[in-house]
Design a binder for this molecule. Structure first.
Ligand code: PLP
Length: 401
């Protein structure tokens, strides 16, 4: 039986070009990039090359790219780092959306034990935050806003540019207020810059060109294994001016601007650079190709099984994502039956697949836990073909009709 993998938001296969680029850095060029000798220099040059590719792609400075062990780690560094760096502020406020990845949401919630106030913005039934609600939540104590660019579960794309504009206007209004009061204290100056605006672009980066300047964002997180690179490597992009205001979470050596101590994973970083290069090479065509396959999939399935319903808007959504509610079917059960029929999908996201609770993202849509338990996520990827979609359709329809 030919198998069909439709879980590319959980992980992607390493591209052959990526594997080839990584190969020499396991045993041949194995030096520590921190070493002075030529072995070290060879490894350092490889890191520099990857950093250059990524900085160019995202329109940021070389020194604004920080390699991490995962996107989870990048999200932790920014959420925990901003909280730790804002010790002078009483009850600092962090604003997140209710549909963040757990590496943002749970991390922020954990910080409430240290006196951080977390404001969690709800989403409407279509899966979008309300920018006006975000505007109303900003106050003098707000140090961080973190809004996911596109949901890993339902694929909905948030109005990031609009949020950036609201934050920028808020900062300007604080500046004017302070100038009026003729305040010149350094502490007050940096209070003025808050909040930092971070967005997790882990799922969106492969489909949309990301320009930090153009978007008006201060920090991005990216993961290697979602873009046909290796697992266990990620990127935190952070504007240089914020670096002094981030508390250090992982301490030790001075790697990665001192923001992420620990010897860099050179082969993985080389692979990540190559993966970014490949994504930028055919991003638009791939988004179009995958988007039309996804639409074909949805139309055929909806016609054959009319009772199914989509979670989240179809209009403003990642081109590879379908999150479908199968009324009167138990999602976990269906997932196992589909796996036995050779079709790999997921219930919610991979990282919470083993958690017994229903998806916090589907429940945030306000449609109840029952719906969350009857829903499955299908995500297409670079290797997906029309033949595979037809095979998957046939097996799904047979199981659910
Ligand atoms: N953010 C989003 C949106 C994700 O989908 C994931 C992975 O599921 C992560 C962060 C975490 O990435 P990593 O597996 O590199 O820790």
């Amino acid at each position: 039986m030919e198998k069909v993998y439709l879980d590319y938001s959980a992980s992607t296969p390493v591209a052959p070009e990526v594997r080839e680029a990584m190969e020499p850095y396991f045993s041949e060029h194995f030096g520590n990039p921190g070493s002075i000798h030529s072995w070290g220099q060879k490894a350092q040059a490889a890191l520099d090359h990857s950093r250059e590719i990524i900085a160019d792609e995202l329109n940021v400075k070389f020194s604004e790219v920080v390699f991490t062990g995962s996107a989870t780690e990048a999200n932790n560094l920014v959420v925990r780092g901003v909280a730790a760096g804002s010790k002078g502020i009483d009850k600092p406020r962090i604003i997140v959306s209710a549909i963040e990845h757990p590496s943002v949401l749970e991390t922020a919630r954990t910080l409430t034990a240290d006196g951080v106030e977390v404001v969690c913005l709800g989403v409407n039934r279509e899966g979008f935050i309300d920018p006006q609600a975000l505007k109303n939540s900003l106050n003098e104590r707000t140090v961080l806003v973190s809004i996911i660019y596109a949901s890993n579960e339902i694929g909905t794309i948030q109005p990031i540019k609009e949020v950036a504009r609201i934050i920028s206007e808020f900062r300007e209004s604080k500046k004017k207020l302070s100038l009026g009061q003729r305040s010149g204290l350094r502490e007050e100056n940096f209070l003025l810059q808050y909040p930092l605006f971070h967005t997790d672009i882990v799922q969106a980066f492969q489909f949309f060109k990301m320009d930090l300047q153009e978007l008006g964002v201060d920090a991005f997180s990216i993961s290697g294994h979602k873009i046909y690179g290796p697992k266990g490597v990620g990127i935190l992009v952070l504007r240089n001016e914020w670096e002094p205001y981030l508390g250090r979470i992982i301490t030790g050596g001075h790697q990665e601007l001192g923001l992420r101590a620990g010897t860099e994973n050179v082969p993985a970083i080389v692979g990540l650079g190559k993966a970014v290069e490949l994504v930028s090479h055919d991003r638009e065509e791939e988004a179009k190709r995958i988007g039309s396959l996804r639409d074909y999939f949805w139309e055929k399935l909806k016609r054959a099984v009319p009772e199914i319903e989509l979670n989240g808007s179809l209009g403003n959504r990642l081109p590879n994502n379908l999150n479908i509610c199968f009324p009167n079917k138990e999602g976990g059960d269906l997932l196992i039956k589909l796996d036995q029929a050779g079709v790999a999908v997921s219930a919610g996201s991979a990282c919470s697949a083993k958690a017994p609770k229903p998806s916090h993202v589907i429940t945030a849509l306000g449609m109840g836990e029952k719906r969350a338990k009857q829903s499955l996520r299908f995500t297409l990827g670079r290797p997906t073909t029309k033949e595979e979609i037809d095979m998957a359709l046939e097996r799904i329809i047979k199981l659910v009709s």
